[in-house]
Write a protein that binds this ligand. Structure first.
Ligand SMILES: Cc1cc2nc3c(=O)[nH]c(=O)nc-3n(C[C@H](O)[C@H](O)[C@H](O)COP(=O)(O)OP(=O)(O)OC[C@H]3O[C@@H](n4cnc5c(N)ncnc54)[C@H](O)[C@@H]3O)c2cc1C
Length: 451
């Protein structure tokens, strides 16, 4: 006999775990299935056997405006693992000795951001005014005709806002690539407007960076799992879901696991990547227009290079690079609360929207990052690398194309008891942790409403 409180959640990333926790809180009995040996999905960490350091698959940065994620982390008891910047402060290097900081002022939003732009030394005075005016015009466009922005690329938007080449290179594009994870020529201006609105032109605290002082898996996987298990739920790893079995009335009856087991439940949430969801569907449903649209979503890669040097080459926790292939350097000594002291020279480098580079050999990517580092921070030329790991996430996030707006589904599906979660669900945000958590909680609320 199926109990109306039984829910199967497929996927153990931020989307699935936030759904599981929200359901557990509401008294549902959750069975969460993850195909990999560990939870975490596209945001995980592992221990490096040589150094003992926690290595994230890629440095993740949250922002003050990630209200659902911050609430989720506090709920599972992990809030104290987060470091909050008081105000947004990002050091950007254009070349050696050419450093400028984007620092918001202690003013109410959005004045705090306008003031940051006015003091940003990589732009001429004229460019600073033009960027601040551009930001305000963009917000006005968003209010008046969101659809027009969604059909426009970031490059087209820059043309419309009359932004100079230098302003794009030193301000708009680093912001766009970091938050949308793709090249400005293909990224949707609508998504950039959403990020600007929520993160940079709202409250002062919303713009500040938030990061984890522990490895990503330690930040949320264990704590979320305990939360679900304490409420009587089960979390199974190495549990590969192969298919959904659907009856003639449009209801999912059970799911089929690769090991032959079948699980029944009153409701199902699939919080796996879009491509994985399509694989689970019975053949007749793949052709359904709802799922056809999902099938057209594409992805964009991120490359992360971790390197251990024999010394610390910068005191900043993170630095943005302008004009090099490498976009960001994260100084793990300044970020991690433990280990950092033992390995002062542990740095992570990030290249987002890395479509053109992702198939290069790892050694070439390491050389590229090291040469960018030497060009930007000459002191690093004397530092020796003792170890490096190159991680390529080929399908890091949903590509933020102009088409994505019409292709992303909501949490409900044509099947009455099947709900979806994941960063690619239509949340209005780019595919980020916050989008995954919003969708997970929304899917849980939809299950509760149905039950
Ligand atoms: C390198 C990198 C850097 C990033 N940086 C940032 C950042 O700075 N800030 C930010 O907000 N976001 C960032 N992101 C994006 C963020 O990681 C994702 O948005 C988020 O982790 C997605 O969570 P999810 O639950 O939607 O999906 P996933 O984490 O992909 O979870 C889906 C899970 O479903 C499982 N699954 C799939 N198929 C099956 C099956 N058949 N059976 C059982 N289980 C299955 C998968 O194994 C996976 O664990 C970054 C991503 C990457 C890769």
């Amino acid at each position: 006999m199926i109990d109306s409180k039984d829910v199967v959640v497929v996927g153990g990333g931020f989307g699935g775990l936030s759904a599981g926790v929200a359901l557990a809180e509401r008294g549902f009995r959750v069975a969460l299935l993850e195909r990999k040996p560990e939870l975490g999905g596209r945001a995980y960490s592992f221990e490096d056997p040589d150094t003992g350091d926690q290595v994230d698959n890629g440095q993740h940065v949250l922002m003050g405006c990630y209200s659902e994620t911050l609430d989720f982390l506090r709920k599972i008891g992990s809030g104290n693992n987060l470091v909050f910047q008081k105000d947004l402060e990002i050091q950007m290097l254009a070349r050696p000795g050419r450093s400028a900081t984007l620092r918001t002022a202690r003013l109410p939003g959005p004045l705090h951001m306008s003031a940051a732009l006015m003091r940003y030394g990589h732009l001429s005075l004229k460019e600073r005014f033009a960027a601040a005016r551009g930001g305000l015009r963009l917000l006005k466009l968003r209010r008046r005709d969101r659809g027009a922005l969604e059909r426009m690329t970031v490059t087209e938007l820059m043309n419309q806002l009359g932004q100079s080449e230098n302003a794009r290179r030193a301000f708009w594009y680093p912001l766009s690539v970091a938050t949308l994870n793709d090249e400005p020529e293909v990224s949707s201006a609508g998504l950039l407007a959403e990020v600007l609105m929520r993160a940079f032109f709202s409250r002062r605290a919303d713009s500040a960076f938030v990061y984890s002082r522990v490895g990503l898996s330690e930040l949320y996987c264990r704590a979320a799992r305990s939360f679900v298990e304490r409420a009587g739920g089960v979390i199974a790893r190495r549990a590969v879901v192969e298919g959904l079995e659907v009856d003639g009335g449009g209801v999912v009856e059970r799911i089929r696991l690769r090991d032959g087991r079948k699980l029944e439940a009153a409701n199902f949430i699939v919080a796996a990547q879009a491509e994985q969801l399509i694989r689970m569907l019975p053949e007749n449903l793949v052709a359904d227009p709802f799922f056809q649209r999902i099938n057209q979503l594409t992805t964009s890669p991120i490359i992360c290079v971790h390197a251990w040097f024999d010394r610390e080459v910068t005191r900043s926790a993170f630095v943005g690079f302008i004009g090099t292939t490498t976009q960001w350097l994260f100084n793990k000594r300044r970020i991690f609360e433990r280990h950092g002291e033992r390995h002062p020279g542990y740095l992570s480098f990030v290249i987002s929207g890395a479509r053109r580079l992702v198939d290069l050999p790892n050694d070439d990517l390491l050389d590229l990052v090291l040469s960018d580092l030497s060009a930007m921070i000459p002191a690093a030329r004397h530092a020796k690398v003792s170890k490096a790991i190159v991680l390529k996430e080929k399908q890091a996030t949903m590509a933020p194309t102009t088409d994505s707006h019409r292709l992303r589904p909501g949490v409900a599906t044509p099947l009455k008891n099947l709900f979806l979660a994941g960063d690619w669900i239509q949340t209005g945000l780019p595919a980020t942790i916050e989008s995954a958590v919003i969708s997970g909680r929304a899917a849980a609320a939809a299950v509760a409403a149905r039950a």
